[in-house]
Design a protein around this ligand. Structure first.
Ligand SMILES: [Zn+2]
Ligand SMILES: [Zn+2]
Length: 129
């Protein structure tokens, strides 16, 4: 499994999904979309999260996410939702880590950034809180 957090050993969910062509076209048509459209999509949530898998398919202007939601029982569908934006303070008062999950997520927050002074200069990493 992929380690996403050096603080308390949270692993990433390894679920992946291949979108059918019509959903790829729909994502590609999002106005002001910030990402390339490419299969497969990987779940963004921590391992053993409750409920369905969520992956960000497309982000438009940083405010709204077009999420891909699926489960073992249900095929992928698209869902538009804002971001949670919960914040985590870091060693650097100028820099906060923001939760990058959808607003209504049921698991712990998950963001991306530099949170430990010892890691300064290293790559940003995912963190759960
Ligand atoms: Zn998942
Ligand atoms: Zn959150």
């Amino acid at each position: 499994m992929t380690r996403v957090n050096f603080r308390d050993d949270v692993e990433a969910c390894e679920a992946q999904v291949w979108l059918p062509g019509r959903l790829l076209i729909e994502l590609g048509a999002v106005v002001d979309g910030l990402h390339k459209v490419a299969n497969p999509y990987r779940c963004w949530l921590p391992a053993e999260h409750p409920g369905e898998h969520w992956s960000l398919g497309m982000e438009a202007t940083g405010e709204v996410g077009h999420w891909i939601v699926w489960s073992d029982a249900a095929p992928p569908r698209l869902l538009v939702a804002g971001f949670c934006h919960a914040t985590l303070e870091t060693f650097d008062l100028q820099e906060m880590v923001y939760c990058r999950l959808a607003r209504e997520h049921q698991c712990r927050h998950l963001g991306y950034g530099h949170i430990d002074a010892d890691r300064l200069g290293n790559a940003a990493m995912s963190v759960c809180w």
